[in-house]
Design a protein around this ligand. Sequence first.
Ligand code: 5GP
Ligand code: ZN
Length: 119
Amino acid sequence: MAGEPQPDCLFCKIVSGEIPATIVRETETTVAFRDINPQAPTHVLVIPRLHHADAASLAAAEPAVAADVLREAGNVAADEKITETGYRIVLNTGAGAGQTVFHAHAHVLGGRGMQWPPG
Ligand code: 5GP
Ligand code: ZN
């Protein structure tokens, strides 16, 4: 059921501690940890503790938690001192857009220049 921990979900296992991660921030509703395959000097994932498949599903079901994820993305950027230079929040949605883990997550990328449009 949406919102409940999913036994086969990698990010639910990071929330529970079953799989280790380099956690940089935690709140009552979110966890932020370093991406295992960083694409920029700062590459942190911010996830809700609740399981929802993607960011839009999370926002539809739990709008306050979706806001928490975005606020935490900004807090990560401040901690990493990339607020001034700029950073990108990425919400890949669907396999065709590069989503590989179907537990909502925001990528926070920064510390280098960013191209537009994205690939
Ligand atoms: P997506 O492709 O779904 O937008 O992002 C999933 C992200 O999760 C990828 O950037 C990938 O590197 C990261 N990732 C996959 N497995 C692990 C893991 O076990 N630990 C951490 N910290 N990141 C992971
Ligand atoms: Zn999950």
